[in-house]
Design a protein around this ligand. Sequence first.
Ligand SMILES: [Fe+2]
Ligand SMILES: [Fe+2]
Length: 254
Amino acid sequence: MIIVQITDLHIYAPDKDKNYPIDTAANLIKCIERINNLVPRPDLVLATGDLVQSGNKDEYDRLKSILDLLEIPYFLIPGNHDDRNYLKAVFDDHKYLQNNEEFCHYVIEDYPLRLIGLDSIEPGKVGGKMCQKRYAWLSDRLSEAPDRPTLLFLHHPPFNTGFPEREYEFAEVEKFQKIVVQNHQIVKIVSGHFHRGIETKIGNSSVSVCPSTAYTYSLSFLSHKVYRTEEPPGYQLHLWNSKNQTIISNPLFF
Ligand SMILES: [Fe+2]
Ligand SMILES: [Fe+2]
């Protein structure tokens, strides 16, 4: 099973591109061309938030017209730049989003790896938020299938790098990590938000941050500040081998 992950697309409305130094839509189109030409063909695409820049409807209309160029199924979760209501309204053909839940979270059961999408946003906040309700939902979903290999995908990485205003509060990270340690079926957690490839481990699970298709940020714990770099945009492949229960992740740049 091959999963493609794209993240932090930051799509603008067409008339706003001229004010912005990076053509994020052109980058996404280029990325989709690469994905459509991958051999063997991947099974699905996960887009892990910051899908648009300002959360406006015209941005989502543009985003949909681009993402529909994908020749394989794709699944969306929001990031801190997104608006849940417009996301659900514009992608009304994405049934997994139409669940009348307060949060954009869901489970995809159709693949060898069970996929759980989490909503880590709080409107108006740059950093992540996982409240009691969301932890309860996640715990319930995990207890439904304790022996089924599972991948979690969400926007905000569930670990701290020393940038409090861009991350979860420490207590929330502690709680998240406790759930992961207690649930051995979680083989992988994939996220975005930091705009660069990062790898770590929580309990039994490997954790990665995917490069952005839009632009790359500096490594915050080296520079002690975050700035945009000249490094190329990218995406990530995750290869799940059911036979030996391993997952291999590989970032690709374009
Ligand atoms: Fe972002
Ligand atoms: Fe973000």
